[in-house]
Design a protein around this ligand. Structure first.
Ligand code: ATP
Ligand code: MG
Length: 243
């Protein structure tokens, strides 16, 4: 089932609209990157898709089982081990699961994010990149078709981020999830997305979109050109917003 956003609008209280007339269709299994200036409503849109906020106008269709969410910071429970954090998500996702079943599945998910040896560690014993991997495994434990990611790698150094990009791409291909990935980072959007949507500022609305083709994936020159085009357009939006 696709995700469909139709003339979606959102205002908080009697303030100016944050989102106005947002339209987009995201196919099942598609990877969409959502770009926009700070404060343009990206998180608000993701929260609406997750069912955490209600739109003030318009309509949306999301899969009936809802969405898994991954936040900017890992927000793991510090008193649980890496495995324990994942097991808890498995338990919440399926109340009838058994303890042994959850343990096996948590171990599989830890392997999937290349943390097979770190299951017994607590969050404070892990690096920032490792914590984000646990958070990714935990969002996969929620076992939803739709995965919403709100700047999940923004706080990481460039090398760790590159590694996690490779892993996220592999996991996306392996699991066939539909992913909406919010970022400020144009290079990251082009690296990961099959399609890049640009949200304008005040009010937020989809004002441009680009397809990332196989050519962009295999040819760094092409990818660089597209990154340049999108960056210029994003800068225009930020300047417009600053006026
Ligand atoms: N619960 C709320 N109540 C009132 N205003 C809110 C609320 N949540 C968000 N806003 C406002 O909506 C606007 C968009 O916020 P949002 O967090 O969606 O932006 P964003 O695009 O995710 O920004 P950033 O890139 O900085 O994370 C901001 O002006 C913010 O102050
Ligand atoms: Mg945000």
């Amino acid at each position: 089932m696709p995700v469909v956003l139709e003339n979606l609008g959102k205002r908080f209280g009697d303030g100016a609209p944050v989102l106005d007339d947002v339209n987009a269709t995201i196919a099942k299994g598609e990877f969409v990157a959502l770009l926009g200036a700070s404060g343009c409503g990206k998180s608000t849109l993701l929260n609406i898709m997750a069912g955490l906020e209600k739109p003030t106008s318009g309509a949306l269709e999301v899969p009936s089982d809802g969405a898994a969410f991954m936040f900017q910071d890992a927000s793991l429970f510090p008193w649980l081990t890496a495995r324990g954090n994942i097991e808890l998500a498995l338990q919440l996702a399926d109340k009838s699961s058994t303890k042994a079943g959850r343990r096996d599945r948590a171990n599989e998910l830890l392997e999937l994010v290349h943390l097979g040896g770190a299951g017994d560690k607590r969050p404070h014993e892990l690096s920032g990149g490792m914590r984000q991997r646990v958070a990714l495994a935990r969002s996969l434990a929620q076992d939803r078709q739709l995965l919403l990611m709100d700047e999940p790698f923004a706080a990481l150094d460039a090398i760790t981020r590159d590694l996690l990009h490779d892993e996220l791409e592999r996991i996306w291909k392996e699991t066939g999830r539909t992913i909406v990935f919010v970022t400020h980072n144009v290079r990251e959007a082009v690296r990961l997305g099959q399609r890049v949507l640009l949200l304008s500022s005040r009010p937020g609305r989809v004002v441009a979109e680009w397809d990332v083709t196989e050519e962009h994936r295999t040819d760094a020159g092409h990818a660089g050109e597209l990154t340049g085009v999108i960056t210029r357009r994003l800068r225009e939006e930020i300047r417009r917003h600053a006026k």
